[in-house]
Design a protein. Structure first.
Length: 98
């Protein structure tokens, strides 16, 4: 029974494509905008974190300095992930479809 199920499942295939899909250009544009918003948010996080860190260091507020460092690192990580997201998704899809 299990062998028959495996044979049926192994015959199924799918090749993702946007050919003929209504609204494909709009969806791509929305994804581009979302990626740009992620970069804006990352940039804002780095700037705010740097400001918080600088002010906290001058006033002797140690936990504020730590929070500023966190914001800067989170912004940098967000920018890296926003840039790598398409590559990661394509790599995982190709690895899973082999």
């Amino acid at each position: 029974m299990l062998l028959a199920l495996v044979r049926v499942i192994s015959d199924v295939g799918a090749t993702p494509t946007t050919a003929g899909m209504p609204g494909a250009a709009l969806i791509q544009q929305l994804l581009n905008w979302l990626s740009q918003l992620a970069l804006f948010g990352s940039f804002a996080s780095v700037l705010v974190g740097a400001a918080v860190y600088g002010v906290s260091q001058q006033t002797g507020h140690l936990s504020g300095g730590y929070r500023g460092k966190q914001l800067v690192l989170a912004g940098a990580a967000g920018a890296c992930l926003a840039g790598l997201a398409p590559t990661i998704i394509n790599l995982l899809f190709k690895a899973a479809s082999v």
